[in-house]
Design a protein. Structure first.
Length: 165
């Protein structure tokens, strides 16, 4: 036991099934918010690695009374919720703020990242002319220092925008 955390070490044959059964037994025993984080299988000599993975899985357990296995953990969720992206978010926000357009370019970029159709369809969705859309995207590329066709820039934008949600 560590505070309100308990650690179980056990040999397992079917980790997923046994973790689900352990979680169900814990839920059946109390009405409290019991969350479970489960590591991958480790030899007995790697207890610290198992503990670290279980802690990460527990941190990634989003729902009340939930259970997360390390192998099923969404690594981006952990990155986003850890605060590690605050610098990236601040940089992107500062660059877009330099456009002094009351956030229109940011709104446009967010819509662009979530849109899978043509620019014409996106312009209709945003209630702007397609040339206005192209202009905003070009200005965004200028202040961000890259092309929206560059996967690295797109990844940074996804992460920066997700960090704020």
């Amino acid at each position: 036991m560590r505070g309100q955390r308990a650690v179980w070490l056990w040999p397992t044959r079917d980790l997923t099934r046994e973790a689900v059964e352990l979680h169900a037994a814990l839920l059946a025993s109390t009405a409290q918010d019991v969350r479970v984080g489960v590591s991958a299988r480790h030899p007995a000599s790697q207890v610290q690695s198992a503990f670290d993975e279980a802690t990460q899985a527990l941190t990634g357990t989003r729902e009340a009374r939930g259970c997360t296995l390390f192998q099923e953990l969404d690594p981006l969720h952990t990155l986003v919720t850890s605060g590690a992206l605050a610098t990236l978010q601040a940089q992107v926000q500062a660059r877009l703020a330099s456009l002094d357009d009351n956030g229109r370019t940011e709104v446009t970029l967010r819509a662009y990242l979530n849109h899978t159709g043509s620019l014409g369809e996106l312009a209709v969705q945003l209630h702007i002319h397609v040339n206005t859309l192209r202009y905003r995207l070009r200005r965004a590329e200028e202040v961000l220092g890259g092309r929206l066709s560059d996967p690295h820039l797109l990844a940074r934008l996804y992460l920066a925008f997700e960090a704020g949600t």
